[in-house]
Design a protein around this ligand. Structure first.
Ligand code: CA
Length: 316
């Protein structure tokens, strides 16, 4: 992609078409032309890094069938309680609801079908680098350090492990095809200023009510908060509702002003998540939604489950 092109980030791979975070979903995202492919990073009991959205295994694998006794008191099965070999023995599938039966997105790849596996971070990056060589493209990676404070309480420094692996695989400078993301501002600062990471960093923004980390997202969204953040990060990753009020009475979305405030602070803006099968009010199609955010709000990139649709909309 050229310097001022809008970055299309395949959210959990092309997960609109294949189960999230499987190598198949990543290879397909590469084939569809995504500029970046996302990895969520979680640590196993033997300190291996795997690519999974949750610190739990139960919504996207058959762990409850295979290891029925291995849940914690809350009934959940934690990645951190399993060695990599055990996780590799699981079948991964399309994400299910909390009842463990129904698919979250009923129109997507059928859940329970297929012989998918949970990849390691190294395996996945090697796949993307191999495809880059064989296709002559330079698709970037977009890893997220998941729940760093929780991992620390479990006795593992996930940021140090991830940065070592990324360094080993050739990701070292601001010019490399990578953005590293995290919801936890304390950790983003530590990654930059204590661990000396030179990569492009994106601070994810949630709502304080989500309990995602101790970060005060309300403050971060202010002009002062954004200016301060720019000393650490290269961009922000807000959810779409933080950029636009899409439920206006006349059906027209309205900018919240966050994109221009972030741009004034010198930060790029990569919102999540653009889904054809979960459109916010005010949009008839994913193409229309992408076009509005790109043309009216001037976002710099976007996380999407459907990279081909986003690319087509941007091209038009
Ligand atoms: Ca993520």
């Amino acid at each position: 992609m050229s310097g001022n092109e809008v970055a299309v980030i395949a959210h959990r791979g092309a997960c609109g078409y294949l189960p999230e975070h499987t190598l198949e979903a990543k290879a397909y995202a590469h084939a569809l032309g995504a500029h970046y492919i996302e990895q969520d990073v979680v640590a196993t009991r033997d300190d291996q890094l795997v690519v999974l959205h949750d610190i739990h295994l139960d919504r996207v694998t058959n762990v409850a069938e295979k290891f029925p006794e291995r849940h914690r008191d809350d009934g959940r099965f934690y990645v951190r309680d399993f060695d990599l070999g055990e996780i590799k023995s699981l079948t991964a599938w399309e994400r299910r609801k909390d009842n463990g039966i129904d698919a979250v997105y009923a129109g997507r790849f059928p859940t329970g079908v297929g012989e998918f596996r949970v990849p390691t971070l190294r395996q996945e990056i090697k796949l993307i680098q191999g495809l880059n060589q064989s296709t002559g493209r330079n698709v970037g990676i977009y890893p997220e350090i998941k729940s760093p404070a929780w991992h620390r309480s479990e006795g593992v420094d996930i940021s140090v492990l991830a940065l070592q692996l990324l360094d080993d695989l050739g990701y070292r400078t601001k010019n490399d095809a990578i953005f590293l993301q995290c919801f936890d501002l304390t950790e983003t600062r530590r990654i930059r200023h204590e661990l000396g990471c030179q990569l492009k960093l994106v601070q994810l923004l949630g709502e304080n009510s989500w309990g995602e980390s101790d970060t005060d997202y309300n403050y971060l969204k202010t002009a002062e908060g954004l200016r301060e953040l720019a000393k650490t990060a290269d961009g922000i990753g807000p959810w779409i509702g933080q950029l636009a009020n899409t439920a206006e009475v006349d059906g027209q979305p309205v900018s919240t002003g966050l994109v221009s405030a972030a741009h004034s602070a010198g930060l790029k803006v990569h919102p999540y998540t653009f889904r054809a099968d979960e459109l916010p009010p005010g949009f008839e199609s994913l193409e229309e939604m992408v076009s509005w955010f790109v043309e009216i709000l001037k976002i710099d990139g976007l996380f999407t489950d459907f990279p081909d649709v986003a690319l087509a909309a941007i091209k038009r």
